[in-house]
Design a protein around this ligand. Structure first.
Ligand SMILES: [Zn+2]
Length: 66
């Protein structure tokens, strides 16, 4: 798991975490399990790095294709 300086507050350390995310697309709710994101315990913000965002949208595409 990677740790980086929080790109939101610039003070805390953001740790890569895995959680569940709900996404609503065209009125339908999809649940992404094992969604990876950065979480900063200093400002309590979740954000995605470019790579994580790509992975997340690929995951969503796979779910929608089923
Ligand atoms: Zn922060």
């Amino acid at each position: 798991m990677k740790v980086e300086k929080c790109s939101v507050c610039g003070k805390g350390e953001a740790k890569e975490s895995i959680g569940c995310r709900k996404v609503v697309v065209e009125g339908k709710t999809w649940r992404l399990h094992k969604d990876r994101f950065m979480y900063c315990s200093h400002c309590r913000t979740r954000y995605y790095t470019g790579e994580q965002a790509r992975e997340s949208s690929r995951h969503l595409k796979e779910l929608r294709a089923e």
